[in-house]
Design a protein around this ligand. Structure first.
Ligand code: SAH
Length: 351
């Protein structure tokens, strides 16, 4: 029989498993803490459980391996970008950003992405697989161990589409949330989606108080279709209807991401169209000067047009901020480091 990945069991599943191997349930508390709070990599580090139980666990289960393959640190602002290797030789990225209110980790949810947004580097190497819940949580544990620093906020804005890996993402939020583990409050967790409408309705009913971010990036279906293939499946109206329902059920404000692309979606008319779409919603707009990716067709909007766009929205009562560009000297746009890693391995294969 295949060994069980013990890290992927939530607390209730772990208790059940411990009972199923005829051990006392209370061991689940000890083991859970070792795996999800301390982040041990071997059973021998679980010093408060007996050798025989440790042996039993290692005979039937395994602790998955996640290791930092590469780490870049920005000289400008201390942002750190990690390339993390998984059990099956896949690699993902996580980014540690330092804000006044604490450390935020941007986590990946899939190895690659199927969504095909034109401006995004994550999608360029195609899709490999979805991450398990423990691999999403494991990014936080791995980075905390590596840096010795505590993570207080988590954003699901790395590689992949969270709502395309729905069950694992929801389970990972519960793992990250769990008091015996990382104990990070759901209000400190943001999930970002390009807009998989049916799963926004599902997420609203999960009773998790996380923040939802919507990658909108355009104000008409025509323009959105040009840059985001998902717009062919769901219209902006359907997307905003789902958002309104999310707000109604959870009482939480939604954050709209809008990447400003030179000459594409950065005009005064675009800003006014956005005002019209969002008027009356409990919303916040986050403007992102688009990160130019290698061989990408899109250019960053000018400083002046970004400021004007923000002022237009703010003066119309839509709370708007510009996302600080962190780590601009270290391939900060998600997917770029992994792409380099794959390109390098490809060229090595050809030698
Ligand atoms: N798939 C999810 C989460 C990952 S992307 C989503 O689409 O929301 C996280 C955010 O970064 C999204 O808002 C995405 O549109 C944005 N993004 C991706 N590539 C970018 C780039 N080159 N410049 C600026 N923002 C980018």
């Amino acid at each position: 029989m295949d060994k069980i990945n013990i890290c992927d069991l939530d607390f209730i599943e772990l208790e059940r498993y411990i009972e199923s191997i005829e051990e006392k349930k209370f061991h689940a508390t000890q083991i859970y803490k070792w795996l999800h709070r301390v982040g041990v990599t071997t059973f021998d580090e679980m010093t408060d459980i007996s050798k025989s139980l440790r042996q039993k666990l290692s005979d039937n289960t395994f602790i998955m391996k996640m290791e930092v393959l590469q780490c870049q640190k920005s000289k400008k602002d201390g942002t750190m970008k990690f390339l993390i290797g998984l059990d099956d030789n896949c690699a993902i990225e996580s980014v540690l950003m330092r804000y006044n209110h604490g450390n935020t980790l941007c986590v990946s949810t899939q190895v690659g992405c199927k969504m095909g947004c034109k401006f995004c580097a994550s999608t360029k190497e195609g899709f490999e697989r979805s991450l398990r819940a423990c691999e999403i949580e494991g990014q936080i544990i791995t980075v905390q161990r590596y840096t010795g620093e505590k993570i207080s906020n988590v954003v699901y804005m790395g590689i992949g589409e969270p709502l395309d890996n729905y069950d694992n993402v929801v389970k990972s939020i519960r793992l990250i949330n769990y008091p015996l583990g990382l104990n990070i409050g759901a209000r400190h967790i943001s999930v970002s989606t390009c807009g998989l409408v049916p799963n926004i309705y599902r997420l609203a009913k999960e009773n998790i108080q996380c923040t939802l971010s919507i990658s909108l990036h355009a104000t008409t279906d025509e323009k959105r279709k040009e840059i985001m293939p998902i717009a062919n499946r769901y219209s902006i109206k359907e997307l905003l209807d789902a958002c309104k329902e999310y707000i109604k059920i959870t009482g939480r404000r939604i954050s709209f991401e809008y990447a400003l692309i030179y000459g594409k979606n950065d005009s005064y008319e675009d800003a006014m169209a956005l005002v019209k779409l969002l008027r009356g919603m409990i919303a916040h707009v986050n403007l992102i000067p688009v990160n130019e990716i290698k061989n990408g067709a899109y250019k960053k909007a000018t400083e002046k047009s970004i400021e004007k766009f923000m002022n237009t929205l703010n003066s119309c009562g839509i709370v708007t901020t510009v996302r600080r560009e962190l780590g601009s000297d270290i391939d900060a746009a998600c997917g770029q480091l992994r792409k380099k890693y794959i390109d390098k391995n490809k060229s090595l294969d050809n030698v």
